[in-house]
Ligand binder design. Structure first.
Ligand code: GLY
Length: 319
């Protein structure tokens, strides 16, 4: 049994492994690990504590996939729940739909009995206010005290895609304005699963969705071949279906290492600087795992049932 995660998933690895040693499946493991990260207010890229969009709202996206049945569930733009991954799992298990966003996702959460919880922390709200003031220095800070007032102010500013572009540029690469958590696991029966959860691109344009909730792009799991997932700026991964590409390359007979590098090389065809943010982790059906990243100094974490604590592995550039 093995579980691997993006570096910020370290705090959830033990819970994920525990889920499997307690008799749970790979799906149980990836959900359990992801929930720990979603609950961590110190992570500005996932769940509670995630940074908000330009309107000051935290909108959460998540996807989960069971490699045994090839069933999947994905939710996008979830507003009032911290554990988007659990909502995605409910969707996967209920079917027939696979992807539900916005008001529909909120409605589903109520139907399945998830309690509402505001993911926006005071710290994240303060960061957003600071950011807004950097962009619009003439804003009256006192008026920002009331949330309704604040949203009206944003409307008054007639915030446009161009205005948002400017904030995005200021944030710069390597900042915490885009991040995600990935979990991949293989259980004692050899089945694999994937889970991804994110608060998306901080200060993002309203309604923007990245790769994370899109199965085949930000994650995919198929027990016949393996599982893969990505972090970074999803705009490029969305255009190359990176996770499913990796599994298709495995299907053609490539080794895991070559399959991941090939899918990441595909991203280069986009000739888009956002590729520099992308990191990918992957697992094959033999339990081999790799990670590659275009961003420097990246690592992923993993743990097998023979290990008492998680280990870190380097994520070199794919070349
Ligand atoms: N990979 C997360 C996002 O682009 O939203």
């Amino acid at each position: 049994m093995i579980v691997l995660a993006s570096r910020n998933g370290r705090i959830g690895l033990q819970a994920a492994m525990q889920a499997m040693t307690n008799g749970g499946s790979a799906v149980d493991a990836v959900e359990a690990g992801t929930r720990v990260v979603e609950r961590n207010p110190e992570d500005p890229t996932v769940g509670l504590g995630g940074l908000p969009n330009i309107l000051g709202e935290v909108r959460l996206d998540a996807a989960i996939m069971d490699g045994r049945s090839l069933r999947g569930g994905a939710v996008g733009s979830v507003r009032r729940h911290v554990h988007a991954i659990t909502l995605a799992r409910h969707l996967m298990e209920r079917g027939p739909h696979v992807f539900v966003v916005g008001d529909g996702a909120e409605r589903l959460a109520a139907e399945v009995g998830l309690s509402e919880e505001e993911p926006l922390t005071e710290r994240a709200a303060a960061a957003w206010r600071r950011r807004l003031l950097e962009r619009f220095p003439d804003l009256d800070l006192d008026r920002l005290a009331q949330r309704d007032d604040l949203l009206r102010l944003v409307d008054d500013l007639q915030l446009s895609m161009a205005g948002w572009e400017e904030m995005k540029r200021e944030a710069g690469p390597g900042s915490t304005t885009h991040g995600t958590v990935n979990f991949l696991a293989q259980d004692g029966d050899g089945n694999v699963a994937s889970a991804v959860s994110t608060s998306g691109w901080a200060w993002g344009y309203p309604g923007r969705l990245g790769d994370s909730p899109v199965l085949g792009c930000g994650s995919y799991a198929d027990s016949r071949w393996g599982a893969a997932a990505s972090t970074g700026t999803g705009e490029v991964v969305l255009r190359m279906s990176t996770a499913r590409s990796i599994l298709l390359y495995l299907k053609t007979g490539m080794k895991l290492d070559a399959a991941v590098r090939e899918a990441m090389a595909d991203l280069r065809a986009l000739d888009d600087p956002l590729v520099e943010h992308i990191a990918v982790i992957a697992l094959d059906r033999g339990g081999e795992h790799v990670g590659y990243a275009y961003r420097p100094d990246e690592r992923y974490v993993y743990m097998t049932d023979a290990m008492s604590r998680p280990a870190e592995a380097q994520m070199p550039a794919p070349g």
